[in-house]
Design a protein around this ligand. Structure first.
Ligand SMILES: [Zn+2]
Ligand SMILES: [Zn+2]
Length: 283
């Protein structure tokens, strides 16, 4: 069992912010993590804390791959840093894409991903989800790390194989990524057609699934309850119309299991109705 730090794992020395779980260059460590100081996140009441992958692993952190549906896995981390995101691993005949990145890496998880066919690329939906993307890339022969050019200033550590992009890309055949923006100016969604022939959208924090799973939301900050405007919510729904999608997975465990495009549209309209004051008579 992989229970003790061993010196042969280069990622052990990787420094990351304990709160957001994003990797940082140890030679350029700021006093406070810029991602957490931003109005979309928060700095703990007792101040900024940094940790390392090795320290987290010694403390019991684990990546725990779990199947979501055929061809799609979640990679949540237990006992580690970060905000509890569920990175996704999309497996395709042409190779696999890591969509959002765990805030941890360990040998068992690398072996599990290798057993599923390895990685052909890594793409985070937005800077909160960079995790330890440099290490995941290096663990798989330096596969490209696709980063939205509009958000590149948020990189606190530069991946060795950084691929900046804007607009739309196809990181794998049949897999499309585009940038509706919203939560961040370069926020990314990933679309593909699943084995059952239905379209699937991996939405990151661009579209959040509400607790009432008949609805979604559109937020600048989820922890700080800061909504996007009605106009931007409608813009996101319109952007996503380029895709045929039936299911939608958000950044955590939220999933719209059917007719997701219609759900997103009616949710954007509801969001706009409230944000623009057309429901003020109910308050
Ligand atoms: Zn942080
Ligand atoms: Zn976010």
């Amino acid at each position: 069992m992989d229970t003790q730090p061993t010196p042969d794992q280069p990622w052990d020395r990787t420094v990351l912010c304990t709160t957001c779980g994003v990797e940082h260059d140890p030679d350029a460590l700021p006093g406070t993590c810029a991602i957490c100081a931003d109005d979309r996140q928060w700095v703990p009441a007792d101040g900024q804390r940094w940790t390392t992958v090795g320290a987290l692993r010694a403390g019991g952190a684990r990546v725990q791959p779990a199947p979501l549906e055929p061809g799609l896995w979640a990679l949540p981390v237990s006992g580690g840093a970060g905000i509890g995101q569920h990175a996704k691993l999309l497996t395709t005949p042409a190779g696999n894409l890591l969509v959002d990145v765990p805030a941890h890496i360990d040998r068992a998880a690398v072996e599990a991903v290798a057993g599923l066919g390895g990685l052909a690329g890594i793409i985070a939906s937005h800077p909160h989800m960079y995790g330890v993307q440099s290490d995941w890339s290096e663990a798989f022969d330096g596969v490209p790390v696709y980063v939205s050019a509009p958000d590149a200033a948020w990189l606190a550590r530069r991946p060795g194989n950084l691929a900046l992009w804007s607009g739309t890309i196809e990181p794998l055949p049949g897999v499309t990524a585009s940038q509706p923006g919203g939560h961040f100016p370069g926020s990314v969604v990933v679309h593909y057609t699943a084995e059952d022939g239905r379209g699937v959208l991996l939405a990151g924090d661009t579209v959040g699934v509400a607790r009432d799973r008949a609805w979604t939301t559109f937020m600048r900050s989820f922890p700080n309850y800061l909504p996007l405007s009605g106009r931007v919510a409608l813009r996101i729904a319109d952007h996503l119309d380029r895709y045929d999608y039936d299911r939608l997975y958000d950044n955590f465990t939220g999933c719209i299991t059917a007719e997701a495009r219609a759900v997103v549209h009616r949710s954007a309209q509801r969001h706009a109705d409230w944000a623009e004051g057309r429901c003020d008579h109910l308050t």
